[in-house]
Design a protein around this ligand. Structure first.
Ligand SMILES: NC(=O)c1ccc[n+]([C@@H]2O[C@H](COP(=O)([O-])OP(=O)(O)OC[C@H]3O[C@@H](n4cnc5c(N)ncnc54)[C@H](OP(=O)(O)O)[C@@H]3O)[C@@H](O)[C@H]2O)c1
Length: 210
């Protein structure tokens, strides 16, 4: 909003989403719409809304993420829960990208930011948090695949780790504020025209290993 973008804020829980929207001082450049990235129907509804109301989507931030399952091991993990984690953390961004890339292609512009995690980096990966880590490794792979397929259309797709952030997921001991965590996401969302990076993994605007 501060950068003059019109932002569409989404959440599954409509009451929570509308409250958050109102707390942002009724900014005129902010619109709320419900979204469950795990549902084809919900994604199709928000896609229709964006097409009707705006006719374009310049930036897609795939931020929704769940289940940092540090209490699990790959050997003993609850597979039903792990499956649902993939549904949200991997297929959610995939579903959203499939929905909006055609609209971006039509306008010849797009920036997609997949909010990933260092936990998904294969380089140095260890045991623990299996569903979350595998889902984010999958998201990183998806980032590379999509980036390679859309670069001719002036669409850049990158993955960003926000660092350890004080959110519901990160907890109060995390070393970064939400503002600090979002800086790198905003950077990737607003990469300027030209030879911007595509299909890369960043933290704080600096390339990190997959
Ligand atoms: N916090 C950290 O330290 C950290 C570190 C590395 C990466 N990340 C990544 O950063 C992103 C944001 O995480 P966070 O820390 O803000 O986690 P969070 O506090 O748990 O928030 C998760 C967000 O995901 C949304 N969400 C969950 N399921 C959804 C669904 N099916 N459809 C739509 N939205 C859904 C939730 O929205 P509602 O419940 O309101 O619908 C909520 O806004 C995630 O991708 C996470 O993996 C976080």
């Amino acid at each position: 909003m501060a950068l003059s973008h019109h932002v569409i804020l989404t959440s599954r829980d409509e009451a929570k989403g509308r409250k958050a929207t109102a707390e942002l001082n009724g900014d005129k450049n902010l619109t709320y719409h419900p979204l469950d990235v795990g549902s084809d129907e919900s994604v199709a509804t928000v896609k229709g809304f964006v097409e009707r109301e705006f006719g374009r989507l310049d930036i897609l931030v795939n931020n929704a993420g769940i289940n940092y399952d540090t209490w699990q091991t790959a050997v003993g993990a609850d597979l039903e829960e792990s499956h649902y984690t993939m549904e949200i953390n991997l297929f959610g961004p995939w579903r959203m990208s499939q929905a909006f890339i055609p609209l971006m292609k039509k306008k010849g512009y797009g920036r997609i930011v997949n909010v990933s995690s260092g936990a998904g980096a294969l380089n140095g990966m260890r045991g623990g948090a299996p569903a979350y880590s595998v889902s984010k490794a999958g998201l990183n792979a998806l980032t590379i695949k999509l980036a390679a397929e859309v670069q001719e259309a002036n669409i850049l797709v990158n993955a960003v780790c926000p660092g350890w952030v004080r959110t519901d997921m990160g907890g109060s001991d995390a070393d970064r504020s939400v503002e600090e965590g979002t800086k790198g996401i905003i950077w990737a969302a607003t990469i300027e025209e030209g030879n911007g990076p595509n299909g890369r993994f960043f933290r704080d605007g600096k390339k990190i290993e997959w």
